[in-house]
Design a binder for this molecule. Structure first.
Ligand code: PHE
Length: 340
């Protein structure tokens, strides 16, 4: 075949060719544009031509090259867009497969806690996540130099100094103050909400998490009432034979203060990695509301007494669902969420 006809034939092919597979595109590319391909042969032959022929053939050869390159690029692009299969017409009559969503484990946990306390007369009370120094610290008896006010623990929104500071709440105890300021005893409420602390994010710590705190203020409220209420809660939450123990602790706003442990939910008290071989895991902080806190809120501490407690919702979920990385709760990974 003369060179001219050969080029024309290849040009016709390049302009009309259809590929059924990605492999076919690649084979065509190698055959035409590869190092030992047809175009290379033609360019070699071109060098031997008479100068008079060169102009016409040169133009034709370049046209062929461009056409072959275009055919390859367009075919590759089409396969990438379709994922390699010819596009099907969607079936418009097919039922939509969105599926129902799942409750987030933290929502499940919060609802369960609210439910348990709701049945024994605790109402839910809400408050702001951006708080002033008074509700966050001062009214709760934190001395001015208390480390919780330090920049390391608290995200300050505005650091004006001392009593004028504004911060993201570090605990929901601030809502206790708001309720005591606005309601007269008897008060029996729980305070679910998100709290923020300036901590590096890891499997065991996060810069935000969730708490449910509780408050009961009335005449003659005693530590025994606190213990019975928390025992009831632990049994409802973790099973009827759950054992609890209270250890002395310290919080600026309660006196006396305690931390409550439950017998380890994995080993039942024998000792394992979860309870660090002590048989017990801590689940909440609690205590009798310090009379100074009552007075700060205009409640007569000679007439009224009360208890308060606070627990982490993530911690409860960890114990109940055995989630061992806090970050999972806020990553929105469907593979995690689908399990609840
Ligand atoms: N506010 C405490 C905390 O964030 C928990 C707590 C609440 C302790 C109420 C005692 C009484 O750790």
């Amino acid at each position: 075949m003369r060179m001219k006809e050969k080029i024309q034939a290849l040009l016709d092919e390049a302009e009309t060719i259809k590929f059924s597979t990605v492999e076919a595109v690649e084979q065509y590319r190698i055959r035409l544009l590869g190092k030992k391909g047809e175009l290379n042969d033609l360019f070699e032959a071109f060098k031997q031509l008479e100068p008079a022929m060169k102009k016409e053939m040169g133009v034709a050869l370049n046209r062929l090259k461009t056409a072959a390159q275009t055919a390859v690029e367009q075919a590759k692009e089409a396969f990438e867009n379709q994922g390699g299969v010819a596009k099907e017409t969607p079936d418009m009559t097919r039922p939509v497969e969105t599926g129902l969503g799942h409750r987030h484990p933290l929502s499940l946990m919060r609802e369960e806690i609210i439910d348990i306390f709701g049945k024994i007369g605790f109402v839910v009370w809400d408050g702001p996540e951006i708080e002033d120094d008074w509700h966050l610290f001062s009214a709760l008896n934190f001395p001015p130099e208390h480390p919780a006010r330090d920049m390391q623990d608290t995200f300050f929104v505005e650091k004006r100094g001392g009593a004028d500071d504004v911060a993201l709440r570090t605990h929901t105890s601030s809502v206790q103050i708001r309720m005591m300021e606005s309601q007269r005893p008897p008060i029996r409420a729980i305070f679910p909400g998100r709290v923020y602390r300036n901590e590096a994010i890891s499997a065991r710590a996060h810069c935000f998490f969730h708490q449910v705190e509780g408050l009961y203020i009335d005449k003659n409220v005693s530590f025994a009432d606190l213990r019975e209420t928390l025992l009831h809660f632990a049994k409802e939450m973790f099973g009827a034979d759950t054992k609890i123990r209270l250890r002395p602790s310290y919080f600026p706003f309660t006196e006396p203060s305690a931390e409550m442990d439950i017998a380890c939910t994995i080993c039942g008290g024998k000792g394992c990695h979860l309870c660090k071989h002590t048989g017990w895991v801590e689940i909440l902080g609690c205590g009798m509301v310090d009379p100074a806190v009552l007075e700060n809120c205009g409640i007569d501490s000679k007439i009224y007494s009360g208890y308060a407690f606070g627990m982490g919702v993530e911690r409860m979920a960890n114990l109940k669902y055995r989630v061992n990385d806090l970050r999972l709760f806020s990553e929105n990974d469907k593979r995690f969420l689908m399990q609840f």
